[in-house]
Design a protein around this ligand. Structure first.
Ligand SMILES: Nc1ncnc2c1ncn2[C@@H]1O[C@H](COP(=O)(O)OP(=O)(O)OP(=O)(O)O)[C@@H](O)[C@H]1O
Ligand SMILES: [Mg+2]
Length: 312
């Protein structure tokens, strides 16, 4: 059964189209990844799913119910871990979780019990009386998660839950996502970190300029570009590189300069490395290092959008 069905969803801010006729279905039990660079439209999509933003057009069905018509039902079944931390500094960890679980509709003994369980789940049970100002970034992120899961929603939406935290907390959060999924939750997981999405997601949508430009398992996405590779050439003086000239070399599909590295997207099976290197030598551009990569989600993204995930 589809837990979420989006049809022709559109959001405009003035004349700017942030989400552009998007359609998407997510089955129960998936960990579904939204992968996209800054401003792609991920949070806007999520905010419409959770009812925080009004859509201009289209339909959003959750467990078969039109979201805009069944606010209370949706509130019960969705938990949102927002991109910006939503916790109160002057409430203790326990009070924070209890407050949000209350908003989601829990009351009385059940509220108390689920609050404790959620804090245990994110490893903050012994910190329940502490205030967020004494927490590390990772602990705040975990508290943010506890606030979204205490009411045991069927669909948990996590909007960049691992931004700006240490590797240990990141691993903890990724393990929690898996555990929640094993317990029966469907997860929408948003990130710019390709490695995370690749590690945990069952399916992935690559979002760019408000549109889904590719969707599938990581294997399916990689198979879209099995005929290409990316050559990374780090140089001393990137300003002197003539992108058009490299573009003219046989087999080269795309060239981009990111900081000191020239990224050359090239067809597999075309042996053009000598010509590429010759360009740099002939133009007296010093090569510092050279690396060649097989397709991964980062190169899929680069091929489909012409940009890197994290520099656009
Ligand atoms: N309230 C708003 N008013 C005007 N423009 C907005 C508003 N909210 C978002 N936008 C614009 O819509 C686009 C999509 O933004 P959104 O926050 O959905 O991107 P995102 O994919 O979540 O990016 P990030 O990875 O940086 O979180 C951006 O260009 C953003 O500037
Ligand atoms: Mg966002």
């Amino acid at each position: 059964m589809n837990i979420l069905e989006i049809q022709d969803l559109t959001k405009k801010f003035g004349d700017f189209i942030a989400v552009d006729d998007m359609s998407l279905s997510i089955s129960e039990g998936e960990i579904f990844g939204f992968l996209g660079s800054n401003g792609a439209g991920k949070s806007t999509t999520i905010n419409m799913i959770t009812g925080l933003l009004r859509k201009n057009k289209g339909s959003i069905k959750i467990l078969g119910q039109e979201a805009s018509k069944h606010g209370e039902f949706i509130k019960k079944h969705i938990g949102l871990v927002p991109q910006e931390l939503a916790i109160y500094e002057d409430l203790s960890a326990y009070e924070n979780v209890k407050f949000f679980a209350g908003l989601y509709g829990l009351r009385g003994q059940e509220l108390e019990k689920r609050t404790v369980e959620a804090l245990e789940f994110v490893g903050l049970a012994d910190k329940r009386k502490s205030y967020p100002k004494t927490f590390s970034g990772g602990m705040k992120r975990r508290l943010n998660i506890a606030c979204a899961i205490a009411h045991q929603p069927k669909l948990i939406i996590m909007d960049e839950p691992t931004v700006g935290i240490d590797p240990q907390s990141r691993q903890y959060i990724l393990a929690s996502v898996r555990k929640l999924n094993e317990m029966g939750c469907t997860i929408i997981y948003t990130s710019h970190y390709m490695e995370e999405v690749e590690e945990i997601c069952t399916r992935i949508a690559i979002i760019d300029h408000g549109k889904i430009i590719a969707e599938g398992t990581k294997e399916q996405l990689k198979s879209l570009i099995t005929d290409s590779k990316v050559i990374f050439i780090e140089v001393k003086s990137p300003d002197t590189v003539d992108v058009q000239a490299i573009h003219g070399i046989q087999g080269v599909a795309n060239v981009k300069v990111v900081e000191n590295t020239v990224q050359i997207h090239s067809e597999l099976g075309v042996n053009n490395l000598n010509q590429i290197i010759a360009y740099f030598i002939n133009h007296h551009i010093e090569i510092r290092s050279l690396d060649e990569k097989e397709p991964n989600l980062e190169t899929v993204f680069l091929t489909l959008t012409g940009r890197n995930l994290r520099d656009s």
